[in-house]
Design a binder for this molecule. Structure first.
Ligand code: ZN
Length: 320
């Protein structure tokens, strides 16, 4: 038997320049770079993981920075917005900070009784900060943003879908989320776990064509499963629904299976363990290029090809 899904595990998106990407997510947004590794399927390029202090599930945004990647486009069958949770009363701080640092920011709006600030990363990835009453999670306290305003983790993702019901049915009947509200073309679903990253919004976009997954777009959304046993059960369930899950892939910090949900968004079910302290101590996470054992023999060659990354100078308390 499978347990209901607890929430988002991580979101993976595509970027271009790795230095620009690290400058934005660690320097501007104040997330911790919890792991610097390579794309296991293309070890000549980086894979960055940003998150809270330990990179807990529900806080992890990961990037494949491909310097030569073309700009993608948002459209149906995609996760078109990634939303972070920040404490209530923090949006003024964020709006000032983002504008001062040259980020494109829209006017705050209200949605389901919460305030939302929309902005874009340097590759055009659409992001939101949602002021949320509950103060969940443990943000990175030694980052570039004062702890009282720091990003807690994910609030939600928004999936643009041409048809709502097939995806809604997967979310509710199979994954165990509940319908939490309707607002215009938006339907909100929520896990019962009360954790970070517990919401997903389906935005009904029947007239919108499919987007192109490339730089500035989300590649996939990963959902939490507690362990490999549960993942194996999920694999059977997904296969019985003809969703054709992949075999289990060893992602080193979690084990993964992938499938496309009915609207076309790539979903992953990733295990909570072992996490990012598998190969680095908590206080030195992200400081050295980490390679899985099967790539370690090629370290010299890999390091020669990868561009050098400087961690951004911290912009503490918004004073610089
Ligand atoms: Zn993933």
């Amino acid at each position: 038997m499978t347990q209901p899904i607890a929430g988002i595990h991580h979101v993976t998106a595509i970027a271009t320049d790795p230095q620009q990407n690290a400058d934005f997510y660690a320097g501007v947004l104040g997330l911790r770079l919890v792991k610097k590794t390579v794309n296991f399927d293309d070890p000549s390029t980086y894979h960055f993981y940003f998150g809270d202090e330990l990179g807990q599930p529900g806080t992890i945004l990961t990037f494949f920075p491909w310097p030569m990647a073309r700009r993608g486009s948002r459209g149906s069958g995609q996760a078109t917005v990634t939303s972070f949770s920040v404490p209530e009363g923090s949006l003024g701080f964020w709006s000032d900070r983002l504008e001062r640092l040259g980020v494109i920011v829209e006017q705050p709006t209200a949605r389901f009784d919460e305030e939302v600030l929309t902005f874009y990363d340097p590759d055009g990835l659409k992001l939101e900060l949602v002021a949320h009453a509950e103060n969940l999670g443990k943000p990175w306290s030694r980052g570039s943003v004062p702890t009282q305003h720091a990003i807690r983790g994910f609030h939600s993702v928004t999936l643009a879908v041409r048809e709502v019901e097939p995806t809604a049915e997967l979310l509710t009947r199979t994954m165990g989320l509940r319908r939490a509200g309707e607002l215009g073309q938006r339907s909100r679903f929520e896990t019962t776990a009360g954790a970070l990253g517990r919401c997903v919004d389906l935005l009904h976009t029947p007239e919108t064509g499919h987007g192109r997954i490339a730089a500035g777009t989300v590649h996939h959304v990963a959902w939490r499963v507690p362990d490999e046993l549960s993942q194996a059960a999920w694999r059977e369930t997904l296969a019985s629904l003809d969703l054709q899950p992949t075999p289990v892939q060893d992602r080193r910090y979690f084990q993964s299976i992938y499938f496309r949900e009915p609207a076309g968004v790539l979903f992953e079910f990733a295990t909570d363990p072992p996490g990012f302290t598998r190969d680095e101590r908590p206080d030195s996470l992200g400081s050295r290029l980490q390679l899985p054992p099967w790539l370690e023999p090629q370290r010299d060659q890999i390091e020669r090809v990868l561009p050098t990354i400087e961690m951004p100078a911290l912009d503490h308390q918004g004073t610089s």
